[in-house]
Ligand binder design. Structure first.
Ligand code: NDP
Length: 444
């Protein structure tokens, strides 16, 4: 059996009940086969693949807190410190009932290669809890965040592991966690990113993932002789990534006609009203059913359906495996020619393959949504320097990083005779840098 298949078999056997992790490892290992074949003797000798699929450390802990009725609630917290070959562990904290160790491992594994692609010195990690902030009072969210950080603080630090936001973890949660870290450790340092501007946050961090997504799409289209202005775009999700993807797409002259949350979706043929969406989601923390009150001509539908709308570009920005093979077929029938993943692994493996076969330009999440973590790394630099850069300065750096990522994927895919396969380009380019660093650092 060849080396990649041996390791894949071992991952499935040793990580039972973790289908998302299997899916993420399979996608990466399948596409880096040409690199592995070229270096097989050395990689086997150093157990390169066995090491890269095994987290350096994974922490699982109890999070007890008291709700508003005085009842004790117990959740499970996780931090997976996956790979520190090129820098301190870096990756968000997901707060969602679907969180389990396998989900955090899939996200942490993806993060290794994404962080490598940014060109910045950050390793891969991820954390989270099965706590659901939805429907909780501010006091309950604070109680949870303080309890979560009371344990997590002993494992992280500005030069060790720097968590950030993700699903369910926004500025409010980061603020509560930062406050508790500082209180326990008695040190003011850049231990978390996504912080508020008054206490060390970076301008553009809030917008970064969505803006970065559009910057890389814009560059890809430009290199294919296309312009984003005038295009119709369908977006899923209505959270941090989706909102700022919609904002930048609209600024660039495209029309975004959909968004969604876990209950339903909106179709607004006149283009999503961003001010209304921000009010509903960022201020009122409400459901998308409210959108019709602002825009009587829009439609609200229960369940899932954004991929059925005719468009040029599709941007999945909600969660993993939200775009399956049937959705992919609908996209192709409707004439979509570019798909870029704002979320992590939103497209199933068979849907990705189908879209690529049909010639749809496909940008994987680890490249397309890397703007978030890249700007987090810029926040770390500002914290270390004890300086704050202007909005324009950070935005320019973000744009430069996204343009570089696109050309890195494109050049790498050409180098390996896989032109246009940006999934392979991203995985190979991300992997090669980490593998070189691991080789240089010996067997650790
Ligand atoms: P948010 O919590 O801000 O928003 C998530 C959105 O997706 C919400 O609209 C949510 O709806 C919807 N959603 C979540 N889970 C599901 C589900 N199971 N089914 C349907 N809809 C769902 O998260 P973010 O915008 O920060 O993250 C979105 C994606 O982007 C994730 O995959 C995340 O890992 C990825 N990402 C985020 C980055 C960031 O900087 N924030 C950076 C890179 C990647 P509802 O409110 O109803 O739950």
């Amino acid at each position: 059996m060849n080396y990649v298949d041996e390791v894949l078999e071992r991952v499935i056997k040793e990580n039972l009940g973790e289908p998302e992790f299997h899916q993420a490892v399979k996608e990466v290992l399948e596409t880096i086969r040409p690199v592995v074949e070229k270096n097989e003797v050395q990689y086997r000798r150093d157990a390169m693949l066995e090491r890269i699929v095994n987290p350096e450390r994974q922490i699982k802990f109890r999070v007890s807190w008291v709700d508003d009725k005085g009842n004790v609630q117990v959740n499970t917290g996780y931090r997976v410190q996956f790979n520190s070959a090129i820098g301190p562990y870096k990756g968000g904290i997901r707060l969602h009932p679907s969180v389990n160790l396998g989900v955090i491992k899939f996200l942490g594994f993806e993060q290794i290669f994404k962080n490598s692609l940014t060109g910045l010195p950050i390793g891969g990690g991820k954390g989270g809890s099965d706590f659901d902030p939805k429907g909780k009072s501010d006091r309950e969210v604070m109680a949870f965040c303080q309890s979560f950080m009371t344990e997590l603080c002993r494992h992280i630090g500005a030069d060790t592991d720097v968590p950030a936001g993700d699903i369910g973890t926004g500025a409010r949660e980061i603020g509560y966690m930062f406050g508790q870290y500082k209180r326990i450790k008695n040190v003011f340092e850049g231990v978390l990113t996504g912080k508020g501007i008054p206490y060390g946050g970076s301008l553009v961090r809030t917008e970064a993932t969505g803006y970065g997504l559009l910057y890389i799409v814009e560059e890809m289209l430009k290199c294919h002789g296309q312009d984003i202005a005038g295009k119709t775009v369908i977006v899923s999700g209505a959270g941090n990534v989706a909102i700022y993807a919609i904002e930048k797409a609209t600024q660039l002259g495209a029309k975004v006609v959909t968004c969604s949350d876990s209950n339903g979706w909106v179709y607004d043929p006149d283009g999503i009203d961003l001010a209304a969406l921000k009010q509903i989601k960022e201020v009122d923390r409400q459901r998308l059913t409210e959108y019709k009150k602002y825009r009587p001509n829009s439609e609200y539908h229960e369940g899932k359906g954004v991929w059925s709308i005719k468009a040029d570009i599709a941007l999945p920005c909600a969660t993993q495996n939200e775009l399956n093979i049937n959705d992919a077929k609908m996209l192709v029938e409707n004439g979509v020619y570019a798909v870029a993943e704002g979320a992590n692994m939103p497209t199933t493996a068979d849907a990705t393959e189908f879209l690529q076969q049909k010639g749809v330009l496909f940008l994987p999440g680890k490249a397309a949504n890397a703007g978030g973590v890249a700007t987090s790394a810029l926040e770390m630099s500002q914290n270390s320097e004890r300086l704050s850069w202007s909005f324009e300065e950070v935005d320019q750096k973000l744009k430069g990083i996204m343009v570089n990522i696109y050309h890195n994927l494109d050049n790498t895919s050409k180098l390996y005779g896989l032109e246009g396969n940006y999934v392979a380009g991203a995985n190979i380019a991300g992997f090669e840098k980490v593998a070189k660093a691991m080789t240089a650092q010996g067997i650790v």
